[in-house]
Write a protein that binds this ligand. Structure first.
Ligand code: MN
Length: 276
């Protein structure tokens, strides 16, 4: 199942180039802040699924290109991110730690934007980088779960960009600016994604390939990341777990266009602007 949020906070299933509107399976859709209907429905999936099947049979369909895609998840309780989870990225960053001994950091949920938005850079004189990452969206509360049970807590996967200002401030500050967590274009459920450690991920800037790596090169796979993160704090439905970026991280500038893709999930492209 390929789930999108689109237009005025509607929920759809992406099927064969069309979006089937299944909003009626998500009570409260289109509500004003805080929009929590979607993560609430994820957290009660056994109740949501039959409504979804019924909505799918009667839902209006329209071509994907006529839809404005929104971030597929909004207002998670937290975005949990692995600092260094690919050895080649550790080497390029000249650091000696990985997620195994450095733990995780949190990004502000307000930094989330969708695949049709722009990245807006707050600094004109500092290095700011986009990092492509596989993201797991939690479906069932996970607290102190073991690696072997962990993937049962994943609702779906998506593509995330962890935009980062380089510098000495704490990570939560440098990575939480407005627009610094683009996610999308859809949520792909595990039954269709298969093994999360068998995906190629890529990031290009202005058509030039900068990151091109495979999730089998993660230091800790998704399941182990969930064990480690959930040892510290409960992961709740809708929470975004960012699994770290591979090598090839480089600076971007206003006027650039970023393109990301991950096998099976798809991809998106977005412009880079000055925050002003
Ligand atoms: Mn990152």
């Amino acid at each position: 199942m390929r789930i999108v949020r689109f237009d005025e906070g509607r929920v759809g299933l992406l099927e064969g180039g069309e979006v089937c509107d299944v909003s009626e399976a998500f009570p409260g859709h289109g509500e004003s802040w805080p929009e929590v209907h979607f993560i609430r429905a994820i957290g009660r999936w056994e109740e949501t699924l039959p409504r979804l099947e019924s909505a799918r049979s009667s839902g209006a369909r329209k071509p994907l290109e006529d839809c404005r895609l929104l971030p597929p998840v909004l207002n998670p309780s937290k975005i949990v991110a692995a600092p260094v989870n690919y050895i080649a990225h550790r080497e390029e960053m000249l650091v000696d730690y990985t997620v195994e001994n450095a733990g995780f950091f949190l990004k502000s949920p307000t930094s989330i934007v969708g695949p049709e938005d722009a990245i807006r850079l707050p600094f004109s004189d500092r290095r700011q980088d986009p990092e492509v990452e596989l993201a797991a969206i939690i479906g069932r509360k996970a607290y102190k779960v073991r690696t072997e049970d962990a993937l049962a807590h994943v609702f779906a996967y998506t593509i995330a960009i962890d935009v980062t200002v380089r510098g000495k401030e704490d990570r939560p500050y440098r990575k939480s600016f407005d627009t610094f967590t683009p996610i999308g274009p859809c949520l792909l459920t595990p039954d269709e994604l298969g093994d999360p450690q068998n995906l190629q991920l890529r990031l290009s800037v202005n058509g030039e390939l900068r990151q091109d790596a495979h999730t089998s090169d993660m230091v800790c796979g998704v399941a182990e990341l969930i064990e480690r993160a959930s040892w510290a704090f409960p992961l709740l439905p809708g929470d975004v777990l960012m699994t770290g970026t591979p090598e090839g991280v480089s600076r971007i500038y206003p006027g650039d266009r970023i393109e990301v893709e991950i096998d099976k999930i798809g991809g998106f492209s977005m412009p880079v602007e000055e925050a002003g």
